[in-house]
Ligand binder design. Structure first.
Ligand SMILES: C[S@@+](CC[C@H](N)C(=O)[O-])C[C@H]1O[C@@H](n2cnc3c(N)ncnc32)[C@H](O)[C@@H]1O
Length: 231
């Protein structure tokens, strides 16, 4: 029995228009993503022998760069359209070490039998799972990573006292509005109302309870953080 990942709440990426918008936005809004991927690769201690899974990889904005640092990347996403966009890029660029799977995060993690993965990436995707299922996912992450394997988690994660939620949400939406993309502002509002972002102490607690050590936390704002956890 598993949470139905194929019926996501909030903004989904199951139609071509929305998938393309995400892809365009990533290119426009992320000015330093090459540096970012280099930094992630170093924090994950990737080597040319590493095997990695990018969970909720989307159209592969990070996956493609990441593949340059490892032997193999399993690119996992519930959206066939996102994977089609990614596959197109793989063909154009002649990249052969990324294998795409149209699967949910939980589905992939729970089906994977051996502990042969060096690292897992969750870039703005983990908030699609409710907390109970995040915990189940983390349990499986611990099971399928090699000893000392690492997880990179980057997402909307709340690190403010609950009493401040109105101000913090307003600050977040005002910050996004400054980027001048009305669709993104609307998506952010929907995210806060419908999707499953949660508090930092819940995320950190779930990783700790499943035997992970927090290697680093990069708090970008009171509503966004990057983490590295190690098994
Ligand atoms: C906001 S996009 C981020 C994509 C990519 N990681 C990036 O940084 O560009 C979130 C992605 O997660 C996927 N997704 C949502 N829920 C998922 C689930 N349960 N399992 C796998 N993928 C999921 C969506 O289809 C979408 O492609």
């Amino acid at each position: 029995m598993l949470f139905n990942e194929k019926k996501p709440v909030g903004g989904t990426f199951l139609d071509l228009e929305r998938a393309k918008k995400w892809d365009d936005r990533s290119t426009k809004l992320e000015s330093n993503h090459l540096e970012k991927v280099k930094d992630i690769a170093s924090k994950l201690k990737l080597t040319p022998e590493s095997i990695v899974a990018d969970l909720g990889c989307g159209s592969g904005f990070f996956t493609i760069e990441l593949a340059g640092y490892c032997k193999k990347v399993f690119a996992i996403d519930i959206s066939p359209i996102m994977l089609e966009l990614l596959n197109g890029k793989l063909l154009i660029n002649g990249i052969s070490n990324i294998a795409c799977y149209n699967k949910g995060i939980l589905e992939y993690l729970s089906e994977h039998e051996s502990n042969d993965l060096d690292a897992l990436i969750l870039q703005v995707s983990f908030h699609h799972l409710p907390d109970f299922w995040k915990n189940v996912a983390i349990y499986h992450m611990a099971r399928i990573l090699k000893p000392d394997g690492r997880v990179f988690l980057s997402d909307v994660i709340f690190s403010f006292p609950v009493s401040d939620y109105k101000e913090c949400f307003k600050e977040m939406i005002d910050f996004i509005r400054l980027k001048g993309d009305d669709g993104l502002t609307k998506d952010t509002e929907n995210h806060l109302l419908e999707e499953y972002s949660t508090f930092d102490w819940i995320i950190e607690g779930m990783f700790q309870k499943n035997g992970f050590k927090m290697i680093s936390k990069d708090k970008k704002s009171s509503t966004y953080s990057d983490y590295i956890f190690q098994k």
